[in-house]
Design a protein around this ligand. Structure first.
Ligand SMILES: CC(C)(COP(=O)(O)OP(=O)(O)OC[C@H]1O[C@@H](n2cnc3c(N)ncnc32)[C@H](O)[C@@H]1OP(=O)(O)O)[C@@H](O)C(=O)NCCC(=O)NCCS
Length: 209
């Protein structure tokens, strides 16, 4: 039972998470919870209301299958319920991801195919470091943030909690992005972005020296 894992929420992102779990051969997926049966390749176990019972009968571990595209985020509430029920959330990193030995990665974080987390970077809890994203040296990424596919964060970048850094975006070295920010896909961020901002394109902000 200790290597059993269940997936909470089964949308598109959950398919990537499930594939990484299978490729890692570390955990056995026993099924998923969701508001409804998604007819996935794994057994539907019920809604999140059954999490407590599932800990006893099925699994000690869980992975968050819910994606995050900015805006209101219910993932932290679901995590709170699941952790209270006794589930633990291991880091799920695809075997093709490259993680520096001294990078720190929080519980429940997902690291997708060919993503890189480089030296002395700190990635919070329940982040999504998606396919091919690059988190360079000494970055600090806050809890529940999503660094989307192919985004590049140069050295010493700080990203707050509950942020979406859009697909293919580049953030240059030393930039600080606050909490609850959305940076549109394909943006180039040259300066700091305050909390609760939504920005796209070339973002000059306030340049760091
Ligand atoms: C920025 C984003 C969140 C949309 O925000 P929104 O407030 O709903 O914006 P809208 O779609 O109403 O677009 C508003 C304007 O911004 C433009 N715009 C939207 N996204 C843009 C982007 N990424 N870059 C440049 N311009 C963008 C629109 O063309 C529109 O321009 P207009 O006013 O001249 O017509 C979305 O476009 C985006 O980039 N999301 C990230 C997607 C992503 O990275 N997914 C990751 C998958 S792993």
């Amino acid at each position: 039972m200790s290597n059993n894992i269940l997936i909470i929420g089964f949308g598109g992102h959950a398919k990537s998470v499930a594939d990484c779990i299978i490729r890692n051969e570390q955990y056995n997926i026993v099924g998923y919870t969701d508001v409804e049966d998604k007819k996935a390749d794994f057994p539907y176990l019920g809604t999140d209301d059954v999490l407590k019972d599932l800990v006893k009968s099925h699994a000690a571990n869980a992975a968050l299958g819910m994606g995050f595209m900015g805006g209101a985020d219910i993932r932290d509430r679901i995590v709170e319920v699941a952790e209270k029920a006794g589930l633990r959330f291991p880091v799920i990193a695809d075997p093709s991801a490259i993680l520096a030995k001294n990078a720190a990665i929080g519980d429940g974080t997902f690291i997708g195919k060919r993503a890189v987390v480089n030296a002395e970077a700190t990635v919070g809890r329940f982040c999504i470091i998606n396919t091919g994203a690059i988190i360079e040296h000494e970055n600090e990424i806050g809890d529940f943030s999503h660094i989307a596919v192919g985004a590049t964060l140069c050295g010493n970048v700080k990203v707050g909690r509950h942020c979406l850094i859009g697909a293919g975006t580049t953030v240059i070295q030393g930039v600080t992005i606050g909490d609850n920010c959305v940076i549109g896909a394909g943006s180039l961020v040259l300066g700091d972005v305050p909390s609760n901002s939504k920005v796209v394109g070339i973002v000059k902000g306030v340049k760091n020296e």
